[in-house]
Design a protein around this ligand. Structure first.
Ligand code: NDP
Length: 318
């Protein structure tokens, strides 16, 4: 019985590849030095592989393993796994829900929101010109933050924003009452949610329902001058629609952590649009040290026949 760590596409050609794979291997062996962990593509006899721990696995890779019984995404998102059309239907998929990762995300969302609310960009510009330009920050009470996706990460981010005195509403797939947090659900309530949202924060998983959801129709429903923060996935955003909405003045700005193409190519217009703040997919980076315990626990659950944690509904896509 062996585990394959499969890391592909974006990392394989980079110096981070060995760091990433070795870090995961080390953390897992710290729990159990008898684990047989192999790094793709040097996995030996494919019939011995029962679990695959993956980040951006090469498309079609899973069909190499006839005895596969578990796929664990080494990240919160699973779009990099379930987009594979050859995904074996009978193999359960689990993902990471790491409280440390949530803290990272909370801090990222808070920084982006407060940077905007406190008009930090204005002061930075004026400082360059040595101009004492006194314009009040937006009143805390006159802005509403709308979080798309009130799941493991989204709800925590919403709470953290409430904690610093901001008004927050949320939107999710299913109806669920959350104490002291107004939440809307489904397509029926999407427009009501958007109409009151001055700062739209996308924390959705990428699914067939949510792909391209940040588009011109969505932007048109927001109050004028709304601000966009996207840390879900690049494919949530229709890039041309954002550029158009910024140049027409419909939206006031955007902070983007994720992109259709990563790394964002040097010629991409986002780099030079002054109303866009670009961060290189760092809202949260899975930390093998903090996430390995739950990956190991799930592997043990598999071996001992116990219930798996953090399973993904492949039909829903998250
Ligand atoms: P969860 O699965 O816990 O939460 C997903 C939320 O999205 C749920 O509230 C769900 O609704 C909602 N949702 C899903 N589909 C729809 C839809 N069609 N319409 C409305 N709401 C929908 O995920 P996490 O909170 O753990 O992570 C969210 C995403 O954040 C990840 O998938 C990943 O893409 C991104 N991420 C980005 C990172 C970065 O560094 N930029 C780091 C980590 C994550 P319901 O509750 O009703 O099911």
């Amino acid at each position: 019985m062996a585990i394959a760590i499969i890391v592909g596409r974006d990392l394989q050609e980079t110096k981070d590849y060995h760091w990433f794979t070795n870090a995961w291997k080390k953390e897992l062996l710290d729990f159990d030095s008898t684990l047989d962990i192999r790094i793709w593509p040097d996995v030996g006899d494919v019939n011995e592989i029962v679990a695959a721990f993956v980040w951006l696995p090469p498309v079609g890779v899973f069909k190499n393993f006839p005895q596969l019984k578990l796929i664990a995404s080494l990240a919160a998102g699973v779009d990099h796994v379930i987009n594979d059309l050859d995904l074996p239907k009978h193999v359960p998929i689990v993902r990471v829900t790491d409280p440390y990762m949530a803290t990272d995300i909370i801090q990222y969302v808070q920084v982006c929101v407060l940077h905007y609310v406190k008009r930090m960009e204005v002061w930075e510009e004026k400082q360059k010109e040595k101009i004492w330009f006194k314009k009040p920050p937006f009143n805390y009470s006159d802005k509403t933050i709308g979080i798309m996706g009130l799941g493991f990460l989204g709800e925590k981010a919403a709470r953290a924003l409430q904690h610093v005195g901001l008004k927050v509403v949320g939107w999710r797939q299913t109806q669920k009452k959350i104490p002291d947090l107004k939440s809307y659900s489904g397509k029926e309530e999407f427009l009501t949610f958007l109409a009151q949202t001055d700062i739209l924060v996308c924390m959705l998983p990428l699914t067939k329902e949510t792909r391209n959801i940040l588009n011109k129709n969505t932007f048109a429903q927001l109050p004028k001058d709304a601000y966009i923060i996207n840390l879900g996935r690049g494919e949530h955003l229709v890039e041309e629609d954002l550029l158009q909405a910024l140049s027409s003045g419909r939206l006031s700005g955007a902070c983007l952590d994720v992109f259709r193409q990563e790394p964002l190519p040097p010629e991409h217009p986002f780099w030079s649009q002054p109303k866009i703040r670009v961060t290189p997919h760092i809202a949260s980076v899975t930390n093998p040290h903090t996430a390995a315990p739950q990956i190991y626990e799930n592997y043990c659950n598999l071996i001992t026949g116990k219930k798996l944690l953090n399973t993904v509904d492949v039909e829903k896509g998250y």
